[in-house]
Write a protein that binds this ligand. Structure first.
Ligand code: PLP
Length: 389
C-alpha cells in the first residue's frame, strides 16, 4: 500500500490534537450564547475573551479588543479592504500588488470596477517589490488604502512589511497586511509595526477551517460588513462561533510556544527536499527569492512538464502537493504569481509547491525524493518540447 505524505500545508493544515481537545467541551457542555444574561451563557464570554488574548499575544497586539473574530482569512481580507475604503469615503486610491491572494485581488478589482483608482504594484523575477514604486504610489497625494501581503502563499517570498507600511503611513494612508501565511510561522509584533490591520486564518496554523481573525489597530475607522447584533463591539454581527474561537486561541498559543522549533524543523525538511530535487531532476529550478522566504515553503518549476500532470502522478503514489495553476475556462492558466515574476514559458506551467508543517518527517521527504524524479523523467520523455528527455 502507498504511503500518504501531505506536503501542502500552505493550502490547509491538520487540526492539532491539543486544539481539538480545547474545542470539545464547547459543543456539548458549554454550548451557551456568550451574549446571554444568564450565567450558563454569560460564563462562556470569558473563554472567548481568553482566546482573543491568545490571538492578540501571537501578533503582539496591545489590546485584545483590537482582535475581531471572522469566519476565515478571506473574510478578514475583504473586511479590511472594503471596510476601510467605505469608512474613509471620498473614493480613496487603493494600492495592492499583483501577487496577492484572490481574497485581496477580488475586492480590489470589485472596487476598481466601481470607479476607484487601483494601483497594482509589480514584482521582479525573484518575487520582490520595487520600493521606489511603493514610494511613488504612496505619494499620489490622494487618500490611500493599501493592502500588501506579508508572505506569498505560492512562493513563500516575504515582503518588507515594516518599510512598506511606513511609506504608506507617511503618506497618511491606511495599511492592511494579509498575514495569513506568516502568522504562526514567524514572529509578528504589531506594537513595533506601522500596520493598521492584519488578517489571520485559523486553518493555516493548525486550527480548524471556518475561523479567522482581523487585527484592527485602535482608532482605525472601518465600516462593518455584517450588520446586526453588537457582537465584536459592533464591528461584526453574528453569534460567536465559540468552539472555533477557543480552538484558534489554543492554536495561537501552541504556535507561540513552538514557533522557533517548528520553523527550524520545517526549514531542515524543506531544504533537504529542495537540494534532493535539484540534484536528481533535470531542468528544475526554485521560484522566488530563496534568501527571503517562509521556512516551510518551496516552489519548484520543472522545465517542459505540466504541473497538473506531476500532481496527478504524485497523488497516485499518495503525495499531496499543489500547483499555482488553475483550470480556467477550459485552458490551463499559469499561476498569476509566477506570471507576475516573468517565470519563463517553458517553466511557468510546471511548478509545484511543497509546504511543510510541524508534523512532517524526514521519511516524508525521502518518500517524495524516491517517487518524484522518475515521474519527472517520464513526463519529460513524453514532452514534445523537451530536447534531452
Ligand atoms: N490569503 C492568503 C495569503 C492565503 O494563502 C489564503 C488561503 O490560501 C487566504 C488569504 C484565504 O484564507 P481562507 O482560506 O481562510 O479564506
Amino acid at each position: 500500500m502507498n504511503k500518504s505524505v501531505y506536503v501542502d500545508n500552505n493550502a490547509t493544515t491538520a487540526v492539532a490534537p491539543e486544539v481539538t481537545e480545547s474545542m470539545l467541551p464547547f459543543f456539548n457542555e458549554h454550548w451557551g450564547n456568550p451574549s446571554s444574561m444568564h450565567a450558563f451563557g454569560g460564563n462562556i464570554k470569558k473563554h472567548v475573551d481568553e482566546a482573543r488574548e491568545k490571538v492578540a499575544a501571537l501578533i503582539g497586539a496591545e489590546h485584545p479588543s483590537e482582535i475581531i473574530f471572522t469566519s476565515c482569512g478571506s473574510e478578514s481580507d475583504n473586511m479590511a479592504v472594503r471596510g476601510t475604503v467605505d469608512a474613509m469615503g471620498g473614493h480613496p486610491h487603493i494600492i495592492t500588488t499583483r501577487v496577492e491572494h484572490a481574497a485581496i485581488l477580488g475586492p480590489c478589482h470589485h472596487l476598481e470596477d466601481r470607479g476607484y483608482r487601483l494601483t497594482t504594484l509589480e514584482v521582479d523575477a525573484m518575487g520582490n517589490l520595487d520600493m521606489d514604486r511603493v514610494c511613488a504610489a504612496s505619494s499620489s497625494g490622494k487618500k490611500t488604502v493599501a493592502s500588501v501581503m506579508w508572505a506569498n502563499n505560492e512562493t513563500g517570498v516575504i515582503f518588507p512589511i515594516s518599510e512598506i507600511a511606513g511609506l504608506i503611513k507617511e503618506g497618511g494612508g491606511v495599511f492592511h497586511t494579509d498575514a495569513v501565511q506568516i502568522a504562526g510561522k514567524m514572529p509578528i509584533n504589531v506594537k513595533s509595526l506601522p500596520v493598521d490591520l492584519l488578517s489571520i486564518s485559523g486553518h493555516k496554523l493548525h486550527a480548524p477551517k471556518g475561523i479567522g481573525a482581523l487585527y484592527i489597530r485602535r482608532g482605525t475607522k472601518i465600516t462593518p460588513h455584517i450588520m446586526g447584533g453588537h457582537q465584536e463591539r459592533g464591528r461584526r454581527a453574528g453569534t460567536e462561533n465559540v468552539p472555533y474561537i477557543v480552538g484558534l486561541g489554543r492554536a495561537c498559543e501552541l504556535a507561540m510556544e513552538r514557533m522557533a522549533a517548528d520553523a527550524e524543523h520545517e526549514r531542515r525538511l524543506r531544504d533537504r527536499l529542495e537540494t534532493g530535487i535539484l540534484a536528481s531532476c533535470k531542468g528544475a529550478r526554485v521560484n522566488g527569492d530563496v534568501l527571503n522566504r517562509l521556512p516551510n515553503t518551496t516552489n519548484i518549476s520543472f522545465e517542459y512538464v505540466e504541473g497538473e500532470a506531476i500532481l496527478l502522478m504524485l497523488d497516485d503514489v499518495g503525495i499531496c502537493a499543489s500547483t499555482g495553476s488553475a483550470c480556467a475556462s477550459g485552458s490551463l492558466e499559469p499561476s498569476h504569481v509566477l506570471r507576475a515574476m516573468d517565470v519563463p514559458r517553458s517553466m511557468v506551467h510546471g511548478s509545484i509547491r511543497f509546504s511543510f508543517c510541524r508534523y512532517n518527517t524526514e521519511e516524508d521527504v525521502d518518500y517524495v525524493l524516491e517517487k518524484l524524479p522518475p515521474i519527472i523523467k517520464r513526463l519529460r520523455e513524453l514532452s514534445p518540447f523537451a530536447q534531452d528527455g
